[in-house]
Design a protein around this ligand. Structure first.
Ligand code: GLN
Length: 256
């Protein structure tokens, strides 16, 4: 069920993140190793979001800016454009995902992560049990305009609306992710809520029902559903934790 990854570090090509590693995200789309909770392949869309310039908004080269996205509704491996685009595009902050749609949810480009607003990029790996009825009350806390302009009629799009509502109100990345996971988990027990959120400077992930690994060294951080290679330093994050990686290193906290 979906695989996602985030990279922060020196600018590199999207190709070196998405295609080149032995267990790259592209490979994970057809040969994932750890698909807890069902699904065999991730063919129902993909997306990559990257921050132009250094990848640091307001970075010292003055080129950092809001992220750009490339998304499609089909399998990543058959996209004719992405290989060339990825070969010439460099960034120091990237969030990418491949999607395996939950049964009953539509396959369309706007349902593929990353979801975005301003400097934020967001992805969800998992499912909200009993959606939408189980979370009607939580959704009721959102402005009506957020509900009628949801990116897609999916659980992930609603999670993004809940997270974004908190970010707009001034919450930190970690605050927005942890509060949303706790509330949704209470309202919809049995949900799988691996969220991934970045502002181009830091990245925060939750681990709730699916796999997540982290690798951080020499000013570089990776958070990924599955390690992309056999490099030493990958650590699997235990379930029910949240992780933040950024300029101040890696922090892991409890979700319950
Ligand atoms: N439930 C979400 C969707 O259908 C995410 C699916 C997943 O993690 N496989 O888009």
């Amino acid at each position: 069920m979906c695989r996602h990854l985030a990279y922060l570090g020196p600018p590199v090509t999207l190709r070196s993140l998405l295609y080149d590693p032995p267990h790259s995200l592209v490979r994970q789309s057809w040969a994932p190793r750890d698909m807890r909770g069902g699904g065999t392949v991730n063919v129902d869309g993909f997306g990559v979001g990257w921050y132009p310039g250094t990848g640091r908004p307001g970075g010292d080269d003055g080129r950092g800016g809001d992220p750009v996205r490339y998304r499609r509704a089909g399998p990543i491996w058959s996209d004719p454009t992405l290989p060339e685009l990825a070969g010439v595009t460099t960034s120091g902050a990237v969030l990418a995902a491949v999607r395996s749609a939950t049964v009953g949810m539509p396959v369309q480009e706007s349902a593929a992560a990353p979801f975005a607003e301003g400097r934020w990029l967001f992805s969800h790996n998992g499912v909200v049990r009993g959606w939408p009825d189980s979370v009607v009350e939580l959704a009721g806390g959102l402005p009506v305009r957020d509900l009628v302009t949801l990116d897609a009629p999916t659980d992930s799009a609603l999670l993004w609306a809940l997270v974004r509502h908190r970010l707009r109100a001034g919450a930190s990345l970690a605050g927005a992710v942890t509060t949303t996971v706790r509330e949704v988990a209470a309202a919809a027990p049995g949900s799988r809520l691996n969220l991934l959120l970045t502002d181009g400077v830091s990245v925060v992930a939750s681990v709730w029902g699916h796999a997540l690994s982290v690798r951080a060294d020499d000013g570089t951080a990776w958070l990924a559903s599955e390690p992309v290679d056999d490099a030493p330093g990958w650590r699997e994050v235990p379930d029910r934790r949240w992780v933040r990686a950024g300029p101040d290193g890696v922090h892991v906290g409890e979700l319950e």
